[in-house]
Design a protein around this ligand. Structure first.
Ligand SMILES: [Zn+2]
Ligand SMILES: [Zn+2]
Length: 138
């Protein structure tokens, strides 16, 4: 069966999702932004029966809001999963920890909470790596 693999930065926690993902979207909610210390978080999900964690002993969990449990690697801190009582049959995974994605990201969610400083993202110049050498200009 086709699937996707992922891992935290240090590799202590690895994830495997079998078969197609259920969706992919960018979440702009404040809780995601703060938990991941990021401008927004791109999520996908699998049904629990098609998802597994390897190296689970390294995972730490915290309740980020009522009914929501998030996990992260206790060694390197990478956020790894999201489980919610609203959808107990799925495990949400940040796409950034995966080696790829099987579908286009097709939506922004909780966009009303987006960081004000994210405005103009599409208009910014793009540089190669961390240099000031232009990669492309929009
Ligand atoms: Zn780690
Ligand atoms: Zn969110």
């Amino acid at each position: 069966m086709s699937g996707l693999r992922g891992r935290c930065l240090c590799g202590a926690v690895r994830v495997v999702g079998e078969g197609p993902t259920l969706f992919a979207s960018h979440c702009h909610c404040e809780t995601c932004r703060r938990t991941h210390a990021a401008a927004f978080v791109t999520w996908t999900a699998w049904p629990v029966e098609r998802f597994r964690v390897e190296g689970e002993a390294a995972l730490r969990h915290h309740v980020s809001s009522p009914g929501v449990t998030r996990s992260f690697c206790g060694t390197c801190g990478t956020p790894m999963t999201f489980r919610g009582q609203d959808a107990p049959d799925r495990v949400y995974v940040p796409v950034a920890v995966l080696d790829g994605l099987d579908r286009p990201v097709d939506a922004h969610v909780s966009y009303e909470e987006h960081a004000a400083w994210l405005e103009g993202l599409e208009r910014l110049p793009c540089f190669a790596e961390k240099s000031e050498r232009p990669l492309r200009w929009k």
